[in-house]
Design a protein around this ligand. Structure first.
Ligand SMILES: Cc1cc2nc3c(=O)[nH]c(=O)nc-3n(C[C@H](O)[C@H](O)[C@H](O)COP(=O)(O)OP(=O)(O)OC[C@H]3O[C@@H](n4cnc5c(N)ncnc54)[C@H](O)[C@@H]3O)c2cc1C
Length: 456
């Protein structure tokens, strides 16, 4: 159980660096646990409590205005929750002995406890021109506003997306919806290289029939400003093409520098190492969200699993502990789901390589099914792949894709993983059935049955 420090004489309280999913969840939970605690949030940007996950839907025009992506503003937190939120306040150094944070403006902010929730940042590929205006590494609302500004007033903009991961594909669809001609360049020989080929296939088919042109196994060599001053010229495998906006989507790295310089140990992929309470290796400093490791419940280890779900849950646990109400993080499975061009796709738990690395003897198969009875108009396909440990039958992971209700199927697999089911047990879970809503034997049950050799 974490030891709570006595408040400093000046009552410095809790200071949180970073005001998004992890930081604001920590703040809100700390407030619930301790109505009297002094809580200050330092956020370097202009926004707090925003939904980065909603950005593609704002760019697409499905969400009218960026304000809809902001849960609450700084004024709300001050007025309704008694949390002081300072925007435009970047923390540049932490002194763990003096328990002080220094901001870029030179202010010294004292703390009793500090939560670092600085998130992650996009990787800038090492190519000339990656830092030009017009090249956007999507992360927060400010970067989304830059995209909007680059698109505004252009009748038929041209966009280049570098990387074909989930966010890259969500953005490709969003830009298509805005009337842009979209090119996607991917170094790997296929789309969504992080997913098994059978699962990525339905997505690739949907993208091929859409407005985006996908260039697989290709390299972006450089970007320069166009000679007439408007737009950019990107060189892709030796050929030049002009774009109004270039989006970088080649992955993210944790913003762990502030913590590392304060002496906090780093863990998987350079993220801040925390325990299941959210404590770092330095007394009085906690961390949560994309900047930190998270407990992977199947591996029983701290891994870097940067998702909104992880950040939110971990933020809540950390905030509760800091405020003196002890909680232990149940951990995550690494579940995620996405959608592009009408096809949903996602993954949960361990895939074959990770399972083998963890000492299992993984087996995998996929099966196609439908999300409701096939004779119902609108029944749509869902492909489910399951991964299990051969000797014990223990379910280890799963992936889904298709035009049907994939999230529901994925949630079933995640729940089975959390419950420690075998594939045999999963095949026999009793799920409700009515033809317009579900299949008599759904895609997950069919795949699980096949895994135990029951072909029915
Ligand atoms: C376009 C897009 C779509 C996404 N879609 C999904 C999705 O569908 N599902 C999903 O699970 N995840 C999704 N994600 C990922 C999700 O947004 C992140 O996992 C989540 O926001 C992490 O929350 P966080 O609070 O840890 O970090 P962040 O949201 O990155 O917040 C960190 C905050 O800290 C601030 N900060 C950083 N350094 C400092 C400093 N030194 N001083 C002060 N402030 C600082 C930053 O400005 C930022 O506001 C998406 C991400 C993007 C960009």
């Amino acid at each position: 159980v974490p030891r709570r420090r006595d408040p400093s004489p000046a009552g410095a309280g809790l200071v949180i660096v970073g005001g998004d999913a992890a930081g604001m969840s920590a703040a809100a939970e700390a407030r619930r646990a301790d109505p009297a605690l002094r809580i200050t949030v330092l956020e370097r940007g202009p926004d707090v409590a925003y939904a980065a996950c909603g950005i593609p839907y704002w760019i697409a025009g499905e969400v009218d205005d960026a304000g809809a992506l902001i849960a609450h503003d700084a004024e709300y937190f001050r007025r309704e929750r008694g949390i002081e939120v300072r925007t435009g306040a970047e923390a540049v150094a932490v002194d763990p002995e003096a328990r002080r944070v220094t901001t870029a403006g030179g202010e010294q902010v004292a703390y009793d406890d500090l939560v670092i929730a600085t998130g992650a940042r996009p990787i800038l590929p090492p190519i000339p021109g990656a830092d030009l205006p017009g090249v956007v590494a999507l992360r927060d609302l400010e970067s989304a506003r830059r995209i909007q500004a680059l698109l505004d007033g252009r009748e038929a903009p041209r966009a280049l997306i570098v990387g074909s991961g989930p966010v890259g594909l969500e953005m490709a669809e969003a830009l298509c919806a805005r009337g842009a001609a979209v090119d996607v360049v991917e170094l790997a020989p296929r789309l969504l290289p992080a997913l098994p080929e059978a699962i990525a296939e339905p997505v690739a088919e949907a993208v091929a029939g859409a407005c985006a042109a996908v260039h697989l196994g290709t390299t972006l060599e450089r970007i320069v400003a166009h000679a007439d001053g408007a737009g950019l010229v990107a060189t892709i495998d030796g050929r030049d093409a002009r774009y109004d906006v270039v989006l970088l989507g080649v992955g993210v790295v944790p913003n762990a520098e502030l913590a590392a310089e304060a002496g906090c140990a780093l863990g998987d992929r350079g993220a801040i190492l925390v325990d299941r309470r959210g404590r770092t290796s330095v007394e009085g400093i906690w961390a949560a969200g994309d900047c930190a490791t998270a407990w992977q419940r199947q591996l029983g280890r701290q891994r870097w699993i940067p998702f909104a779900t992880t950040a939110n849950a971990q933020g809540r646990v950390t905030g509760s502990n800091v405020a003196g109400r002890p909680r232990r993080f149940a951990g995550v499975l690494g579940s995620w789901v996405s959608t592009a061009y009408g096809v949903g796709f996602g993954s949960t738990g361990l895939d074959v390589d990770a399972a083998a690395d963890a000492g299992f003897r993984p087996e995998a198969l996929h099966r196609d099914g439908r999300d409701r009875s096939g004779y119902i108009p609108g029944a749509r396909p869902v492909r489910v792949r399951l991964v299990w440990d051969g000797p014990t039958g223990r379910l280890l992971g799963g992936q889904v894709s298709g035009r049907g209700e994939v999230a529901t199927q994925l949630h079933v697999i995640s729940t089975a993983l959390a419950g420690g089911l075998t594939v045999g047990e999963l095949a026999e879970v009793d799920m409700g059935y009515v033809p317009p809503l579900s299949a008599l034997r759904g895609p997950v049950e069919r795949a699980a049955a096949a895994a135990i050799g029951d072909a029915a």
